[in-house]
Design a protein around this ligand. Sequence first.
Ligand code: NAG
Ligand code: NAG
Ligand code: NAG
Ligand code: NAG
Length: 499
Amino acid sequence: MRAQKLPATLLLLLFAISSLHANRRKQKEKIVQTTTNICDISDRDSKVHCYCENSQDINEAIKTECWVFNGGIDKTDPLWPSFTSQSNIETLAFNVRADGGLSFVPTKVLRYLRKLKHFSIKYSSILKIESYAFVNLTSVQEMVLTKNQIVVLSKHAFYNLPNLTVLTLDENRIKKLETDTFYELPVLQKLFLTSNNISVIEDGAFRHLVNLLELELDRNNISDLKKECFDGLANLKRLDLRRNKIAVLNSFTFIELWNLQELLLDYNEIYILAQRTFDGLSQLKKLSLSHNKLVTLTDGLFEGVRGLSALDLRYNKLKRFTMDNLRPIYDNLKTPKSFIYLEGNDFNCDCHLAWMHKLRHEAKSIKIRMSLENFICKFNADPSLSSHFAYYERMGINNNLDDTEKIRNDLDAPDEIGDEIDDIYIDEPKKIRADNERTLLQIPVELLPCPVEVKSVTDRTYTYPSQNEAKDYRNLIQSSSILFIDNTILIFSMFMLLV
Ligand SMILES: *[C@@H]1O[C@H](CO)[C@@H](O)[C@H](O)[C@H]1NC(C)=O
Ligand SMILES: *[C@@H]1O[C@H](CO)[C@@H](O)[C@H](O)[C@H]1NC(C)=O
Ligand SMILES: *[C@@H]1O[C@H](CO)[C@@H](O)[C@H](O)[C@H]1NC(C)=O
Ligand SMILES: *[C@@H]1O[C@H](CO)[C@@H](O)[C@H](O)[C@H]1NC(C)=O
């Protein structure tokens, strides 16, 4: 019996000891688990592996890049608390691989990392940034959430990030910018939302971003800009709205942006600009509206942007760009770095473009001089004038650089003019130019036709408070003649000869 009892007690004892051990081991495992060094994950089944620069020792890593794979990671995964093993991380990036998955912002991890400055997530399947997903991250300076699947930014998604200066949300599918999504971001300077699906910007969406300098909304689906949508952006310097669906811009759209220097509206569908669209943009230097559908510009359009010195209107359907359009900014265009681009429009060679001659001579900017020298318009005047044009064109045709100069040089030898020009005009009229296009600066101001309808357009400006077109036009003729006379007086006498 004893012999039987003893082993029984022993067994019991052994069992007790072993279970105690097992418990210990379990506890130990638990401890080990919570202290897993995320820079040194040995578990093959882990959903995340991180690469740490500098050192991998506990609390020594500064820069860490984590790859998410193995089917993806959920919120309850025991790995998340392991980030406490590296509490000095300053830069943390999550890259989700194709076989991975990350459908939420690991908000808790961000809480552990008190020194985090740069944070990024790429290629995740996050659809929504929940309210307070990024809250109270006092040390974070830059956040990059490019190439995720984000559709919704909840109210207060970015809340109280007192050190955040750059926020990048490019290449997501964000549909709408709601009021109060960006809240308490007192030093945010750059907000990038390129290549999303934004069609709605609620009033006050940026209201709290008083220190924002740069806002990129290009490559979205914006068709409508409400009057209050840019409220609060009093320090914004650059606004990029290229490649959207904007068709109409109303007066005062940008009225709050009184520090804006650069406004980019290229590749939209703009066909209407209200007369006071740009009012309030007193600091604006560069305005680009290329690749839109503008046909006309109201005279006073630039009255509100008197600092403008760079204007791009290429590839619209403009028929007219008059001195009345230009007057508020004309003097700025004489400065060295200015530009005005007008190619790819539908201009006729007539007196409304006479200002080009004047500006060509007054401009210090090489860009302006080049673009004016290469400026081509359509010539549709009556046949008698047409022959004069052909005549001038012929003389300038061999010289692409400075055609007016060429005309002047040719005129130094008046004997040759007669036969030669007539010959060519008669023999090879089509060779002068295949279609009805002319280089405007090759046409002396005096010969620019002034059709009645153009006159009536300019006439309307008599009532305009600033100036009157007729006077300008007279001055133009004078100054242009004087300038030509610089080297030779012949341009004028030749003109007389022709008439
Ligand atoms: C964030 O900070 C504010 C003020 O410091 C505090 O009232 C709030 O409870 C914090 N929120 C969270 C989710 O920590
Ligand atoms: C915010 O950034 C500044 C300058 O980079 C730094 O001195 C300060 O400690 C940061 N604040 C926090 C709470 O980390
Ligand atoms: C963009 O939003 C529209 C609806 O507003 C939706 O039909 C479309 O699928 C979205 N596009 C993308 C790429 O998410
Ligand atoms: C743009 O938005 C309209 C509705 O506002 C939607 O029908 C269209 O699909 C969107 N375009 C793209 C490219 O997502």
